[in-house]
Ligand binder design. Structure first.
Ligand code: SAH
Length: 262
């Protein structure tokens, strides 16, 4: 796993984290891997600017759920990666944020290894770090919280989802991914778990893109204000004292016009 993308012996796939959208938030390793790739399998939340690093001859396959369509079944993505890698292609699986944070990167690694395909992973800046930072929220500010919990607001089909009552008592900053549609349920569970209605909350949508917007409120008003604000997915919810910090007046981010990275 400590191999670099260059030493990865075929058949090989590199899982690359593309960060939150702004190509200037790619790592140098990510750019290098994208430039070498002959085939790229690309998720929805990968910013378009990121693909400018792909070679013109590369085959780019979008496997997200753009335009409200069904996303490509995970098993199909696994088969496609294995087949392309076995044909000797330099395959990059490009994912928004970090491949291992709510990105199914673990499942993809398992499937590839089981098929005898080597995997290397290039971490990326995850939305749960990047979105609060875009509006100046320090998620583990020691004056407010002893740590942070990254939680999905989207329960697994048939699965239980997060233990919101336990999180309410944890004292941690809560950074919620995929929380927009379930916000009413999340707020209700946190209030029932004993989290104060006056706890600060923030929502940052489309962070590090020209469409970035934010909302500051309290836990009590979060669901209603999110609804009336029109802020939509992709968005990160931040719940905890840190959500009162930072710059409530920053809106559209200015993604880099970039870049000349060697
Ligand atoms: N692997 C990704 C997360 C994939 S889950 C990562 O590490 O960031 C998808 C969720 O990530 C979205 O529903 C949203 O909650 C969050 N997200 C992704 N990009 C975002 C962005 N630019 N701004 C705000 N939230 C974002």
């Amino acid at each position: 796993m400590n191999r670099t993308t260059e030493d990865c012996q075929a058949p090989c796939v590199t899982l690359v984290g593309a960060g939150p959208g702004d190509p200037e938030l790619l790592t140098l390793k990510a750019i290098k891997a994208i430039r070498r790739a002959t085939v790229l399998l690309v998720d929805d939340l990968v910013g378009d600017g990121v693909l400018r690093y792909a070679r013109r001859s590369a085959r780019i396959i979008h496997v997200g759920k753009r335009g409200g369509c069904q996303s490509t079944p995970q098993a199909f993505i696994h088969r496609l990666m294995v087949a392309q890698a076995r044909q000797g292609q330099r395959v990059v699986r490009l994912k928004g944020g970090d491949p291992f944070v709510f990105g199914r990167g673990g499942e993809e690694c398992d499937a590839l290894r089981q098929a005898g395909v080597q995997v290397t992973v290039v971490p990326g800046i995850t939305a749960g770090i990047a979105a609060p930072a875009a509006v100046g929220i320090p998620v583990t500010d020691r004056r407010c919280a002893p740590g942070v919990a990254f939680v999905t607001g989207h329960a697994q089909p048939g699965g239980g989802g997060a233990d919101w009552a336990a999180l309410a008592r944890s004292g941690l900053t809560l950074v919620v991914y995929m929380g927009v549609s379930a916000v009413g349920h999340i707020v209700q569970q946190l209030l029932e778990g004993g989290l104060a209605a006056s706890t600060p909350a923030a929502v940052i949508s489309a962070a590090h893109t020209p469409r970035q917007r934010q909302l500051r409120c309290t836990l009590a008003t979060l669901a209603a204000e999110l609804h009336t604000s029109g802020l939509a997915s992709p968005a990160i919810l931040v719940i905890g004292e840190v959500a009162a910090l930072g710059a409530a007046d920053i809106d559209a981010a200015v993604p880099g016009s970039l870049l000349g990275v060697g």
